[in-house]
Design a protein around this ligand. Structure first.
Ligand code: ZN
Length: 166
């Protein structure tokens, strides 16, 4: 799923990237340019601006009407029928939106804090900027929150199946 987020939604953009989605974000961009890129790259526009979504070419959009981050993420996931997946985490670089690559734990030893190296098993690295990612506690917590908040939207049959398995 590909998105482009307006200037107001930097934190939402960051979290959608953490969840593995391709999101372009500019600190400053004219509305017309944002719509042009969205059309050219077939991206869904994420915006809190009701005027922007009335523009021709902005039909594929998700209107964000909350300041609460979890609610914002939930709005996007529900609108696009996406589910937060643990294996999707950090598939892209938060800084440059490029796909990251798995990197061996031994290689990152001198590059991450000792505690992180001791406690984490899996790491990913951005080939463009070199930034290293791991599943930090706050990210796991956000994923849990999102999964909990999305639960009522799941079809009943899935819940039943889950209950049978346990
Ligand atoms: Zn990067």
């Amino acid at each position: 799923m590909k998105f482009i987020a307006d200037c107001m939604l930097g934190t939402l953009a960051k979290w959608l990237i953490i969840l593995g989605h391709d999101v372009r974000y500019f600190r400053r961009i004219e509305d017309a340019e944002l719509v042009r890129i969205a059309l050219a790259e077939k991206r869904t526009i994420l915006t809190a601006d009701r005027r922007l979504v009335q523009r021709r070419g902005a039909r594929d959009h998700v209107l964000i009407d909350s300041h609460d981050l979890t609610r914002q993420i939930r709005t996007v996931l529900v609108a696009k029928r996406l589910r937060p997946r643990r294996d999707g985490l950090f598939r892209r670089c938060v800084r440059c939106n490029r796909p990251t690559r798995a990197v061996a734990r031994a290689i990152v030893k001198s590059l991450v804090p000792p505690y992180v190296h001791r406690t984490q098993r899996r790491f990913r690295r951005c080939p463009a900027c070199g930034r290293i990612y791991w599943r930090a506690t706050h990210v796991r917590r956000m994923l849990q929150t999102l999964r909990a908040r999305l639960r009522p939207c799941r079809p009943q049959i899935r819940l039943d199946r889950g209950a049978n398995r346990s």
